[in-house]
Design a binder for this molecule. Structure first.
Ligand SMILES: [Zn+2]
Length: 109
């Protein structure tokens, strides 16, 4: 988190406790965690990709955490697929809804 150096998963799995960088900083996964802001450039790229998509598959999210949840509103394509264990507030927009766990669905695919 201090020096932005990247480590592979093997290094992290082999660490005892919280994985540390050789600079002494903490290593965190390269994902956006709760309470963290989204990178503006990545957010804009995501909006452009969604605007130009024919199909959007949204999987493994209850679509309740903003601003990521509202990205679905940029979709103007034909086929919206929602895969989530429970219903979401966007189910009415979907062409296909699969209410199953993500692991089970992708295993069957
Ligand atoms: Zn470091």
């Amino acid at each position: 988190m201090n020096c932005k150096k990247f480590y592979n998963a093997e290094y992290v799995f082999d660490s005892d406790g919280v994985p540390k960088c050789n600079c002494g900083g903490i290593i965190k996964p390269d994902v956006v965690l709760y309470q963290e802001g989204l990178d503006v450039e990545i957010l804009n790229d995501s909006i452009n990709a969604i605007l130009n998509a024919d199909m959007l598959i949204v999987a493994g999210t209850s679509l309740t955490v903003q601003p990521a949840a509202s990205l679905i509103n940029y979709f103007e394509g034909k086929n919206l697929v929602l895969i989530n264990k429970d219903a979401t507030q966007y189910d009415y927009k979907a062409d296909l809804i699969i209410n199953e766990g993500l692991g089970k669905v992708f295993n069957e695919i």
